[in-house]
Write a protein that binds this ligand. Structure first.
Ligand SMILES: NC(=O)c1ccc[n+]([C@@H]2O[C@H](COP(=O)([O-])OP(=O)(O)OC[C@H]3O[C@@H](n4cnc5c(N)ncnc54)[C@H](OP(=O)(O)O)[C@@H]3O)[C@@H](O)[C@H]2O)c1
Length: 252
């Protein structure tokens, strides 16, 4: 399907690996120009060069930390200088702190602060600076990557559930506030997607809860995000869509 977004400009945070990287490739395959943002400068630059070569779209790589105001300001300045205003914003963040433990054992202020800054504050920070640049143009797409834990809390994922629920709430408010501007805002909630090494026993345990009996692939996840960024998805806003092989057990 032609998603009707060729020539649009997308900012993808957290795009040096995993889901963010896969989303960058999926958008580039549709002819979308990209601004990539993550901390690992070398990885980001290598991805930018590869995408430019494979898909023939211009890609700007900006190394920075979503939690740091000055870095997000550099992202905005670089974006504006190279492309002007963005059309699409993908808000992807880093992972919650390891090891995963029960919430009652989460007594370390540093872990709470890390989870807050990485998942909630970083996401809000990027959205608050980029979204205003998208307004007044009649069209836009904002998509935040959260986690299936916001729909069905999983054991030991408290710090993920708690702050991503905050991201979900933020995005729902944003969806209502800017819908009249033609900008849709949605969240996509990954279940178990095969992006990083996981212990076989952890995978085996999680598999019991996945009706499709396998991990998801990053390209499958990215295709869902690309669809939500499409012209065709123009009537979907304020939604939270889980991509999880059926693992979320609730009706919605
Ligand atoms: N894969 C899954 O099964 C799954 C399931 C549920 C939820 N999720 C969530 O989905 C998100 C992506 O997952 P993933 O599997 O793709 O993880 P990943 O491979 O670790 O990717 C995280 C990305 O975020 C970037 N990042 C981390 N901290 C950052 C910061 N402070 N500022 C800017 N960029 C930062 C990382 O790059 P740098 O290190 O270079 O900054 C990387 O590009 C994570 O929040 C994860 O918790 C994933």
């Amino acid at each position: 399907m032609n998603l009707g977004i060729a020539g649009k400009v997308a900012v993808v945070s957290g795009s040096s690996s995993g889901l963010g990287k896969a989303v960058a490739y999926a958008l580039a395959a549709e002819g979308v120009k990209l601004v990539l943002f993550a901390r690992s400068a070398a990885a980001l630059q290598a991805i930018a060069s590869d995408i430019e070569q494979k898909h023939g779209v211009p890609v700007l790589a900006i190394a920075g930390d979503m939690r740091i105001t000055g870095d997000v300001e550099r992202l905005v300045a670089g974006l504006q200088q190279k492309f002007g205003a963005p059309d699409i914003l993908i808000v992807n963040t880093g992972r919650p702190p390891k090891p995963m433990v029960e919430v009652l054992k989460e007594n370390d202020d540093a872990r709470w602060e890390d989870a807050y800054q990485t998942q909630l504050r970083g996401a809000v920070h990027v959205a608050n600076r980029i979204v205003p640049l998208m307004l007044g143009r009649g069209w836009g797409r904002v998509i935040a990557i959260t986690s299936a834990t916001v729909k069905q809390p999983m054991p030991w994922h408290g710090l993920s559930t708690i702050f991503r629920a905050g991201v979900t709430a933020y995005m729902k408010h944003l969806a209502n506030e800017i819908a009249a501007q033609g900008v849709t805002v949605n969240t996509v909630c990954p279940g178990l997607i095969d992006t990083v090494f996981r212990k076989p026993e952890e995978v085996a345990e999680r598999m019991k809860l996945i009706p499709l009996q396998r991990m998801g692939r990053a390209d499958e996840f990215a295709a869902t995000v690309a669809y939500l960024a499409s012209e065709q998805a123009g009537f979907i806003t304020g939604a939270s869509l889980h991509v999880d092989g059926g693992a979320v057990a609730s009706l919605y």
